[in-house]
Design a protein around this ligand. Sequence first.
Ligand SMILES: [Zn+2]
Length: 166
Amino acid sequence: MNSKLVILTLLTCSLQACSQQTNNNMDNSQSQTPTQQSGTSQYRKLTPEEEYVIVDKGTERPFTGKYVNTTATGVYVCKRCGKPLFTFKDKFPSECGWPSFDDAIPGAVLSQPDPDGERVEIECANCHAHLGHVFKGEHFTNKNTRYCVNSISMIFVPADSTAGTK
Ligand SMILES: [Zn+2]
């Protein structure tokens, strides 16, 4: 009787410890930085497709994105937090299948090598949403840089709609 109780207690304890650990892992950023939590609650809610690219650093299929061939005047903002990332002025037709820019709005985009070191990832400097990759030395434009961005990571804001807020 007693030994059964002990085993049960031990089992319950270890289960609790296990679930606590899982919670800790999942909520790490939120529980430790409450200010960030209030910030993230302002982020746009993402669909599973958006989350696949923006959070899980996936890549949309080439030539399927909404902004591959967009040339209209305006600004491309982060889909998750809304910060301006690229302008139409820096967009160019690369025919690689994804929207391409040879420059970003200063300070808006962070770049860092992929874990395998093969490519350089770009992300939103504000909310760290995955945007795509940046390539140099391809001689597409004078700046010799190609920000290769997933359409799904951005929202295009036509110039007309920003004129009043400028
Ligand atoms: Zn962002």
